[in-house]
Design a binder for this molecule. Structure first.
Ligand SMILES: *Cc1c(COP(=O)(O)O)cnc(C)c1O
Length: 411
């Protein structure tokens, strides 16, 4: 084995017994029988619970924790999370329905995302959830639909900050963006919102995603709080909601290390009392998606063919990019890198070889691992892709080539 190459962060969440990976305490081979076939996603509820507990232990008790459903909207998983977090963040009428079905109090559900339709806004207002307005049109439409429904809708202004989360995998704030109201335009739109029949609760400031750098997150949170305090000066209502975004990343690729929560917790410990002094009614929250669920999930596909082509071994599986676009490297990555991959029923085998793991689609993009050192595998063996609990099935082009959809289980 080459030692100079950067390695994936070790996968410690899933134990190995007799050479077989266990998910939710069930050997993977047995779980595949229980599911009834491959490919499938399996999410470990114990790992999700453990992740929320770790976060709560390291972050201030007064900080609310919200789950962003778009990371993984599987209803059973969202239901499990609803019992662990303080709120659910949705980004469509469909996610809204999943969130309401959990029984989470409507006031603890928020709806952000550009281009909300009148139909979606009407659903949100009728349910009593909080609309995070991304534009002047959304503010006016929310007030108009509220009047039709005979209620003053809960409204938060989503702000496009004048900074970004440095080194984040996906930039969603700063510069010109389709997300949120430009910070410099916020005072005008705050005045507009205050003049309409709306219950204006506060601000939502999201500056980026998938960051593994604690110092970058600390800096973005400090800038976020400073911006919120400036905006609060322009607000005629007391600020009751302050969502400071999220952006906590997980290690996907070789050389990446898990995020260190301690400095983030320490910085928030000192910042929150200052927020409380300035905005005594503000409930401060963070919103996390992949950090809560990404490491709790695996994608499992079966080897159907083992091919040798001009000296290279290809394991052809029954799963691929149509179920797991991100692992194939085609979900926003600039340079393709391998996700952590294993042969789930041969975890301790020491007969190893360099292989590429591909799917059944007629495109060279359908790649789950490229020239990776894995235990020698045969048809029937189970390929496991770790770090697959977020942006998996629902972030993939399931209809591409007409293969069966993958199943999902929560164990
Ligand atoms: C997608 C999204 C999130 C979740 O991002 P993760 O990287 O999965 O934590 C949080 N907030 C907003 C506004 C989002 O659009």
């Amino acid at each position: 084995m080459s030692t100079s190459k950067p390695l994936h962060a070790p996968q410690t969440g899933f134990p190995v017994v007799d050479g077989c990976l266990q998910v939710g305490g069930i050997p993977l081979t047995r779980l595949a029988q229980r599911v009834g076939g491959t490919p499938f996603y399996a999410y470990d509820r114990g790992l999700v619970t453990q992740r929320v507990r770790q976060l709560r232990a390291q972050l201030p008790g007064a900080l609310e924790l919200h789950y962003s459903i778009k990371a993984n909207p599987m209803p059973a998983l969202v239901q499990h999370l609803a019992g662990l977090v303080d709120g659910l963040d949705v980004a469509s009428g469909g996610e809204l329905k999943v969130a309401l079905d959990t029984g989470m109090a409507p006031a603890r559900i928020s709806f952000a995302g550009p281009g909300k339709s009148d139909a979606e806004l009407r659903q949100a207002i009728a349910a009593g959830i909080c609309v995070h307005a991304e534009s002047e049109r959304e503010i006016r439409a929310t007030a108009r639909l509220g009047a039709e429904l005979g209620t003053a809708p809960r409204l938060v202004l989503r702000i496009n900050p004048d900074f970004e989360l440095k080194g984040s995998g996906m930039r969603m704030g700063g510069g010109a963006k389709q997300f949120g109201i430009d910070a410099e335009d916020a005072p005008r739109l705050l005045a507009l919102a205050a003049s309409l029949e709306l219950d204006v609760l506060g601000f939502h400031i999201f500056s980026g995603s998938q960051s593994l750098k604690a110092d970058a997150i600390v800096e973005a949170q400090a800038q976020t709080i400073a911006l919120a305090l400036r905006l609060a000066d322009a607000s005629s209502n007391p600020v009751r909601v302050l969502n400071i975004g999220g952006g906590f990343g997980i290690p996907y690729f070789p050389g990446e290390a898990p995020l260190d929560l301690a400095p983030i917790g320490a910085a928030l410990d000192s910042a929150l009392p200052r927020v409380r002094a300035a905005l005594p009614q503000a409930q401060v929250s963070i919103e996390l998606g992949r950090y809560l669920v990404g490491e709790a999930g695996v994608y499992v596909a079966r080897v159907v063919d083992r091919k040798l082509s001009r000296g290279q071994v290809f394991l052809v599986t029954d799963g691929g990019l149509h179920h797991h676009l991100a692992a194939s490297g085609n979900f926003g990555q600039v340079i393709r890198k391998n996700y952590p991959v294993a042969i789930g029923n041969r975890m301790t085998s020491d007969e190893r070889e360099a292989v590429s793991v591909v799917g059944p689609l007629c495109t060279p993009l359908d790649l789950l691992a490229e020239r990776m050192e894995l235990p020698r595998a045969e048809p029937g063996d189970l390929v496991v892709v770790f770090q697959s609990g977020a942006y998996g099935l629902t972030a993939s082009p399931g209809a591409f080539l007409g293969h069966p959809q993958a199943q999902e289980v929560l164990v």
